[in-house]
Ligand binder design. Structure first.
Ligand code: PLP
Length: 393
């Protein structure tokens, strides 16, 4: 591969571009994680982080990937053999189900077509049929990163309540937190699972559980063996600004900066910015004459757009062209979409000119790879953005 010049366009749906402010915050000496300077920093993080999740409750931070935070949510609230209800929205929902299975839980994965979100009515019907209340939890992925479909979490909560069922609601927001409107408390979520490397604009390496009162009570009586993931030891130590084992100190410097940046911008504007960049992307895809994987407009993801290639064209060959010729990384198709779809990440530290560059790479790549399409996708996006962009600052 020839030496690439200029900025690399990392437009996969996570890890996302880490802004310079965060890189500089991380680039500092690692300090004593039991000393006073660390405690003051961690207390600031714990005081502010709830605003990102929309909660006044506890937020537990692990040195882990998002997968660890999935496991933590399950081992703190469930026991081996417990039934959990999940919905096959795509690759990530299927993987979370696999984690539950390996832990010895008894998950039921409601089949899906990978083009729609969770169906609240189906959840309600399943819970209503569970008269003995043996289902311990409903686990849903808010933003299915493999398909670009965002499920309607508030409606899933209402469905659980209509069924009068005590199951916990656990939500994976790994690719929606700080990108798509999300409200842990207001929507009655019991456990929110998140990761650092997507909307939070950090490198990979932190996993999060926002924990509601009901889930916390459940964890007190759960007999699932757990140690590293145990909320109780974490929450007890966090109260003073400390951790029961060595935390990812430098990533926490970055997290403090990320929280400051998000609150300076304002969560409403963060969501609005993702909304307009996502809408511009969808207009480009339609202008090219390509198909968006998400079949339901009210479930469009504002974090990423997954795009089908026409029959007979290999999405990975197309992505190879955008990478090698235009220094742009696009997301691959996952699971059954491998080779058939590609994904444009438009989340995190991202703005209009970055999107314009990304879409230009896609349009050039389609032409260079010989994928049939119409011209004008970039123009359609720019026209939309010109009418919708707020002036910076
Ligand atoms: C990225 C992602 C994960 C996996 O997180 P890791 O940090 O790779 O373990 C899980 N769920 C969703 C929705 C994701 O986007």
């Amino acid at each position: 591969m020839p030496t690439a010049r200029g900025r690399h366009f990392l437009q996969i749906p996570g890890p996302t571009n880490v802004p310079d402010r965060i890189l500089r915050a991380i680039d500092r000496a690692t300090i004593d994680h039991r000393g006073p300077e660390f405690g003051a920093m961690a207390r600031e993080i714990f005081a502010e982080i709830g605003q990102i999740f929309g909660t006044s409750g506890a937020v537990v931070i692990y040195p882990s990937s998002g997968t660890g935070a999935w496991e933590a949510a399950l081992v703190n609230t469930c026991e081996p053999g417990d039934r959990v209800l999940m919905a096959e929205t795509g690759w990530f929902a299927t993987l979370w189900c696999e984690v539950a299975r390996r832990l010895g839980l008894n998950p039921e994965l409601l089949p899906g077509d990978w083009r729609h979100g969770v169906d609240p009515a189906e959840i309600e019907a399943h819970l209503a049929a569970d008269r003995s209340h043996s289902i311990r939890a409903v686990c849903v992925v808010h933003n299915e990163t493999s398909t670009g479909v965002a499920s309607r979490v508030a409606e899933v909560r209402k469905a659980i309540d209509r069924a009068g069922h005590p199951a916990l609601l656990m939500v994976d927001t790994i690719s929606s937190l700080a990108s798509i409107d999300y409200r842990h408390d207001e929507w009655g979520v019991d456990v929110t699972v998140a990761g650092s490397q997507k909307g939070l604009m950090l490198p990979p390496g932190l996993g999060f559980n926002a924990v509601g009162e009901k889930a916390l009570r459940r964890s007190e009586t759960s007999r699932f063996p757990r140690s590293y993931w145990d909320w109780r030891a974490m929450i007890a130590a966090n109260a003073g600004g400390y951790f029961p084992y060595t935390p990812a100190t430098n990533l926490l410097y970055g997290l403090r900066e990320a929280i400051r940046m998000l609150l300076e911008e304002g969560m409403e504007e963060v969501f609005a910015r993702h909304d307009r960049l996502a809408e511009a992307t969808r207009r480009a895809v339609r202008a090219w004459g390509l198909e968006i994987v998400c079949a339901e407009p009210r479930e469009y993801s504002n974090s990423l757009t997954a795009v089908m290639l026409p029959e007979g064209h290999d999405a990975d060959a197309f992505r190879k062209v955008t990478l090698e010729r235009f220094n742009t990384s696009l997301g691959n198709g996952l699971g059954k979409l491998q080779g058939r779809a590609f994904r444009i990440g438009h989340l995190g530290d991202f703005n209009e000119p970055m999107l314009a560059g990304t879409l230009a790479s896609v349009e050039m790549g389609l032409a260079a790879a010989g994928v049939p399409h119409r011209k004008g996708g970039v123009d359609a996006a720019l026209d939309y953005l010109a009418g919708n962009t707020r002036s910076p600052g």
